[in-house]
Design a protein around this ligand. Structure first.
Ligand SMILES: Cc1ncc(C[n+]2csc(CCOP(=O)(O)OP(=O)(O)O)c2C)c(N)n1
Length: 542
């Protein structure tokens, strides 16, 4: 264990604080699929924990692996971004019915404003939907403390517990007092068919158990003191969830505050708070989840439903000073004096995807169904060759759906990590149902978009050690595709010729565009102490 700063107060990133909290809580396994803003949680653990730390192939597999560790009596952390929970939700919904053994915490990070996501969904609805508790910290200290509390609650109630964060928690630094590391749970793998096998004969009883646990969850929440009222005789109040509390504090003593950090709770909490208040603002990131409840108890509620605050986008001092008339006006300096120039993201100089797109553009596919990764930027100038992007793994299926309507020369573009994540079933489906598509797999030896994590195709684990290695060619071959070609995208003319031939071909044809991301090349060069740029004097312009 590389943790020697016990009792020290240090400045920590929210994601790191969650990782530290999990280690202090005595986890035996941490697992995740990368996704901003949650990625650093696992990276912190990989650097600071001697136990099992895994990048999973997708969020569903990640959660299921964590459930397995929990069944073995151990504590496990599973972290992901909000949309990852859509992928993991099948496992989550039924895991809540069955219950868990060792503590299981699901750290889910939402991305209000969708800075790096395909949507802005609010994970609190999933916690409610699955009938599991949800803790919502407002800073790094709470992120660490609540992670530890979440493990305790998880074991007490036998349920997975969600820790919901947002970008400004994950990616902000604030002080954290470090604690000691709890002993890991002993291995205790016991068979419990009635609560481990989700078959109809068990399901209704398990569902009833879950419903019965709800009262215990509310009582735990009340005792925990996580939801707190700061009433100060003021006539105006704020109900603040998670990061909303930090913003609410900027009002100073002007407002009474109800800080919400835990769900589910008895609604009398809200009822008592709003009583007698002449104006109540609800500050919450995401959907008007709390506001809906507050409106049942007061007609004076202001927020997203009544349109004072926008449902889209994140909160923040600048946003709030725009929406709330008497927001502490001293904060108006948050507004930039001049609008900043737009800086749309672009592919990096030397990115292999850019060359591939040059070739693809030249051969003029009728339609290109893209996917999620750096290569989505092919939708932007100067390429404008990616015509659609929905969710991870959808590119191949959409291309197949289009081709099945008789459209010829349809291409799908998917990254190596995305292909492993959810592209494989789509490829098998396309083969099985006899689509006519060209599938381009962009193998840059990394999950580049989220910071160059390794993939099963690289055979490197989350800790940088040697893992199992999968061959992309063999994988595609076993899916029954008509042909597989491997190209180096830097050989643009050769690539063009192959793409042209395969676009016109029948069946499902795969072209693997293989060249490492420039950052992978740079990292390897650094490791080997080699320069990555070479000057050939003989080729220098005279
Ligand atoms: C369900 C889901 N999980 C995670 C993410 C975060 N994410 C966006 S793209 C991506 C993978 C990118 O890797 P790859 O497909 O290899 O393409 P590259 O960026 O390397 O070009 C990930 C993990 C997401 N958007 N959706």
């Amino acid at each position: 264990m590389k943790l020697n700063q016990v009792n020290q107060e240090i400045i920590m990133l929210g994601d790191d604080a969650i990782g530290r909290g999990a280690i202090e809580a005595g986890i035996s396994l941490a697992t995740s699929y990368p996704g901003t803003p949650a990625t650093q949680i696992l990276e912190y653990i990989a650097h600071n924990f001697d136990g099992e730390v895994e990048w999973a192939v997708n969020e569903k597999v990640s959660l299921e692996t964590a459930i397995g560790a929990s069944y073995a009596g151990k504590r496990a952390l599973c972290s992901m971004k909000h949309v990852g929970l859509n992928v993991a939700s099948d496992a989550l919904m039924t895991a809540a019915y069955l219950g868990i053994k060792g503590g299981l915490v699901l750290a889910v990070s939402d991305d209000p404003s969708a800075y790096s996501s395909q949507n802005e969904q609010d994970s609190r609805f999933y916690a409610k939907f699955a009938k599991i508790p949800c803790l919502e910290p407002c800073d790094s200290q709470e992120a660490k403390d609540m992670t530890i509390m979440a493990f305790e609650l998880s074991e007490k109630m036998g349920l997975p517990v969600m820790l919901r964060t947002v970008t400004r928690i994950c990616h902000a630094y604030s002080p954290v007092r470090l604690g000691t590391v709890r002993e890991q749970n002993p291995l205790l793998l016991r068979k419990d068919p009635a609560n481990m096998i989700a078959v109809p004969s068990n399901v209704l009883r398990c569902h009833r158990n879950l419903i019965e646990k709800q009262e215990g969850l509310r009582i735990w929440g009340e005792k925990s003191g996580l939801n707190r009222t700061f009433k100060n005789g003021r006539k105006k109040g704020i109900i603040a969830c998670g990061i909303g509390y930090v913003y609410a504090k900027e009002y100073g003593p002007e407002y009474a505050i109800l800080k919400i950090s835990y769900y589910p709770f008895a609604e009398t909490l809200i009822k008592d708070f709003v009583e007698g208040l002449e104006e109540i603002w609800v500050l919450e990131e995401g959907e008007p989840f709390m506001e809906e409840i507050a409106r049942r108890y007061s007609t004076k509620v202001k927020g997203k439903i009544s349109g004072e605050i926008s449902i889209t986008g994140e909160l923040g001092p600048d946003v709030l000073s725009e929406y709330i008339p008497d927001w502490n006006t001293g904060q108006r300096s948050y507004m930039p004096s001049k609008p900043l120039p737009a800086r749309p993201p672009v592919l990096c100089p030397g990115c292999p995807h850019s060359k591939l797109y040059t070739a693809l553009k030249a051969v003029k596919p009728t339609f290109t169904a893209g996917d999620i990764g750096c290569y989505t930027l092919g939708a932007n100038p100067p390429y404008q060759i990616v015509d659609t992007c929905l969710c991870m793994g959808a590119g191949i299926s959409k291309a197949a759906g289009i081709s099945k309507q008789g459209v010829k020369r349809v291409a799908a573009v998917i990254g190596d990590s995305t292909f492993i994540h959810s592209g494989i079933p789509a490829l098998i489906n396309a083969v099985y149902n006899k689509a006519n598509i060209l599938v381009l797999i962009l193998d840059n030896s990394a999950v580049a978009m989220t910071g160059n994590q390794p993939t099963p195709l690289t055979g490197i684990t989350a800790k940088g050690e040697e893992g199992g290695k999968i061959s992309l060619e063999e994988l595609c071959r076993s899916c029954g595709v008509n042909s597989i070609e491997v190209v180096d995208p830097f050989e643009v003319e050769k690539t063009k010729a192959i793409l042209k031939e395969k676009l016109d071909a029948q069946g499902v044809n795969v072209v693997i565009s293989r060249r490492p991301c420039v950052f992978v090349t740079r990292r390897l060069a650094k490791m080997r102490r080699k320069a990555i740029t070479h000057i050939h004097p003989e080729k220098r312009a005279q």
